[in-house]
Ligand binder design. Structure first.
Ligand SMILES: [Zn+2]
Length: 218
């Protein structure tokens, strides 16, 4: 009886920690370069669910702001509310195309997925930028840059508009980051013009997930 109880406890603990590896507070470390971009990543922010590598484009103030953004996202993505919102969204073009691993190699996926699977991919950190896929860590390579657009993701590297980053609220930045992360996972815009997409009822995966966070009530 007692043995059974201990076993049950162990199993439930194992299930509980499966997506809570890492468990560290936010720290900055020296980090190596991302091979496909040959950009030097000088810092990283590590939380329960995120490993964010940064180029030297971040000032100390920027890093502190980003830390708040990531703490917020860390709490949100495992919440019931986030899960409900993602799985209840009817995404337009929920096809996953391909993504890049940390060496810059293309990983073909080409698969239509359900909203449930999209949620799973997010919480499992199903990018190819860590050493292991689906390691429950969302790996993000990030730089701040002067851009004409809000941001973009190329070969696994996310660029964020520097002016926007410094002016925007936490939820706006977090929403944009999750939008770009969905590109990292292999989702694209079939309609390239933002203004046209904004008028469409159904959102594609990057816009849809981004907006869930963007409109989050803190
Ligand atoms: Zn986009």
């Amino acid at each position: 009886m007692i043995n059974g109880l201990i076993k049950a406890l162990l199993v439930s603990t194992l299930l509980l920690v499966s997506c809570r590896v890492n468990g560290q507070s936010i720290t900055f470390n020296k980090s190596k370069s991302i091979e496909q971009q040959q950009r030097l990543l000088v810092d990283s922010i590590i939380t329960d669910h995120f490993n964010i590598r940064l180029t030297k484009s971040f000032t100390q103030t920027d890093k502190l702001k980003l830390k708040e953004v990531i703490s917020f996202l860390d709490a949100v993505i495992l919440s019931d509310e986030f899960k409900k919102k993602v799985i209840n969204t009817d995404f337009r073009d929920s096809r996953r195309y391909y993504m890049r691993n940390y060496k810059g190699e293309k990983i073909q996926i080409q698969k239509k997925v359900s909203s449930n699977q999209i949620f799973e991919q997010i919480v499992n950190g199903d990018d190819a930028l860590g050493k292991v896929r689906a390691d429950c860590i969302l790996d993000i390579y990030l730089e701040l840059k002067s851009l004409d657009i809000r941001g973009g993701a190329k070969k696994g590297m996310i660029s964020t508009n520097l002016e926007n980053f410094r002016q925007e609220s936490l939820t706006q930045i977090a929403g944009n980051l999750m939008h770009e992360y969905m590109h990292v996972l292999g989702y694209v815009h079939k309609v390239s013009r933002r203004k046209v997409r904004d008028r469409l009822d159904k959102k594609d995966v990057p816009d849809g997930v981004g907006q869930i966070i963007y409109n989050w009530k803190e």
